[in-house]
Design a protein around this ligand. Structure first.
Ligand code: ADP
Length: 387
């Protein structure tokens, strides 16, 4: 502190003579300028600190409206950053020490006060309080930095866990088709002259479908990646929605026939002209239809309904297959999540995650209604965007 620094003191002292004496001491101080406001009661002091700022409070512990240490808490609550120096008589030094323990910066025994003692005490009280305040803010910012960092680490950890799950699933799911390819290619190479034309055809077919599987999986993974980095945007163009749905049904027929299923498509309502993102629609409906077929029991039925409304279109895909346990329904849209009842039905657990991301990108809604052994209905509502 320099001599030009003006120290504002609030003196709380009911004894006029004592107050005047302290004022005199301060006047004699050479190094600093002090201004002192004198009040006689705690209530007055509280009013004072509300309307003005002070550098230090000198507090007598025997006041008409407050006795002993009970003066400290109201002052410390109302002015937490102003240092307090307690004034005591010779006989209550213990009380003064207790006051320091409770948060006062210093104490002065009245009989022993002189200019030097008073100035030094005020000076140290202010400095100590400033150091404490700085420590408190440093501590606070350290604490919030620690909190932030902890949150970051938790997130990074979750992300790492997700990534390693992703990698292990991916390598597992890629190894299967790769093995198939290696096996079929090996058979073709080593038994070229022994194999019938039909056998060769079967092996080549196996290779083709394994490659198709891998390509699809890579597409799915990259789609999820794009969606996660916010790069999945809609590209609208005019589309005959009903014809598009019929085409999807047509494409699914091969799998439907293999399982002896019936796939029924029906369209309701008047479809007004609108624009659609064909690629997102294909991901959404293709996956839902594929699942309905995959998780149906042989000989069952799958229904695909298109319901046109004024401002939206509802797609409903219903099957009477294995159903989804209640417990799994909550995590259905998480990548890699597969329900406990899938048995040996193949799958990656990525389809529904993609469906959800595409529906979200569209600003639509998806709900599921399912019961184990009874079947499943997925309902997707997408907004109608007029061209
Ligand atoms: P998967 O590749 O395993 O089919 P999805 O992400 O498409 O992955 O689906 C996640 C899980 O949801 C599936 O593994 C299955 O347990 C369940 N599921 C999805 N659709 C159906 C359905 N129509 N019937 C029964 N279970 C389903």
């Amino acid at each position: 502190m320099t001599a030009s620094y003006l120290v504002k003191i609030l003196l709380i002292e009911d004894n006029l003579a004592e107050a005047r004496l302290l004022q005199e001491f301060l006047k004699q101080a050479q190094s600093k300028e002090f201004t002192l406001v004198h009040v006689k009661r705690l209530q007055e002091a509280l009013q004072e600190i509300r309307k003005d700022t002070y550098d230090v409070i000198l507090l007598d512990l025997t006041l008409p409206d407050s006795q002993g240490l009970s003066s400290l808490p109201p002052l410390m609550i109302n002015a937490p950053s102003i240092p307090i120096v307690v004034l005591t008589n010779t006989n209550d030094e213990e009380l003064a020490i207790e006051a320091v323990r409770q948060g006062a910066q210093d104490y002065l025994v009245k009989r022993q006060v002189n200019t030097d003692v008073l100035v030094r005490s005020v000076h140290y009280a202010i400095e100590r309080k400033q150091v404490l305040e700085t420590l408190r803010t440093v501590n606070q910012s350290l604490q919030s930095r620690v909190d932030e960092r902890t949150a970051e680490l938790v997130k990074a950890n979750e992300l790492n866990q997700f990534k390693s799950e992703f990698v292990s699933m991916l390598s597992h799911d890629i190894r299967n088709p790769l093995n198939t390819i290696l096996l079929a290619a090996g058979l073709l190479q080593n038994n070229d002259d022994k194999l019938t034309k039909e056998k060769k055809h079967t092996h080549l077919q196996m290779i083709r479908s394994a490659i198709k599987n891998m390509a699809q999986m890579l597409d799915e993974v990259s789609l999820i990646g794009r969606a996660d980095s916010g790069k999945l945007s809609c590209q609208f163009s005019p589309l005959n929605l009903e014809a598009f749905c019929r085409q999807l049904v047509e494409e699914a027929q091969l799998n439907v026939k293999e399982k002896h299923l019936t796939l029924v498509f029906a369209s309701f309502g008047e479809l007004t002209e609108a624009v659609w993102d064909e690629s997102l629609l294909r991901h959404i409906l293709g996956n839902l239809l594929g699942n309905a077929i995959k998780y149906s029991l042989p000989g069952g039925q799958v229904q695909f309904q298109l319901i046109a409304q004024e401002h939206s279109v509802i797609f409903q895909i219903q099957d009477w297959g294995i159903g989804i346990p209640q417990n799994d329904q909550k995590q259905l849209f998480q990548p890699f999540h597969r329900a406990e009842n899938v048995g040996t039905t193949p799958g990656t657990g990525l389809g529904l995650a993609i469906v959800k991301k595409c529906v979200d990108a569209y600003g639509g809604k998806i709900t599921v209604n399912s019961e184990v052994s009874f079947g499943t209905t997925f309902t997707v509502t997408l907004p109608l965007i007029k061209s």
